[in-house]
Write a protein that binds this ligand. Sequence first.
Ligand code: GLU
Length: 289
Amino acid sequence: MSADGRYAPSPTGELHLGNLRTALLAQFFARAQRSRFLLRVDDLDPERSRPDWVERQLGDLRAIGVDWDEDPIFQSRRAHIYGEALGPLIAGDSVYECYCTRAEIRSAVSAPHVDLPEGAYPGTCRDLSVERRRELVASGRPPALRVRAEAATVGFEDRIHGTVTGVVDDFVVRRNDGVHAYNLATVVDDAEQGIEEVVRGDDLLGSTGRQLWLARTLEVRAPTSFAHVPLMLGPDGERLAKRHGAVTLGERLAGGDSADQVRAELLASVGLPGAGEIPTIDELLEALR
Ligand code: GLU
């Protein structure tokens, strides 16, 4: 069975060693199944993404031994496609305008009858009265667009986490500055690129229910297999970060290590051999579970 995969970095800075490890694992999953492995540049956010980070990230990926089929696609060039995908949602009243600021969302208490995960949107703007909407429009606040998911639940199997039930909140599909949101772009691109297996860090486990829900709503194909891999931790057990010292390939090379040494170390950190053959799926799962 084919299981085309991808790695989709956001060029908002240098990749750290944890990102590089995730990319290596994503490549292994695809190659172990003799599938295509694609690279996508998630440069949706024009303020945070920079072309020089793209170059740097792709260079680091190649140096550590990640290679991909076909030229990468760039989300920044696909706004018209995401806009088109939104058309039927707008026409079908599956989205609504949301005028909330971040601070308002943080301070809002979720409706007690709805069992939403932490950080989920509580639905404040879902059923605004005509007068209230008029006031908000008049106040000049630009609206974001949110889906009407109303705490739908979506179950899926993850190769590492087992059966997962995602609760889908009314997440944003277009930000209030007009930029399309991560979940929308990901669903559209995964469908168009024919991605069958998503391998990514387990910090995104909570996004998968949203993405499956959106794929169903947009009537596009969705990936059928997921592996949310563990994030790399620093010596203190916290998520790897700058304060842990040399956390990028560039810093490690400057310190005298070779790219091969760093690769071997990254793989050893999950119990995989550094050189030689691509592990089998069973070996990967044994290492990661
Ligand atoms: N661009 C996202 C990130 O760097 C990953 C997207 C994904 O794998 O779905 O966190």
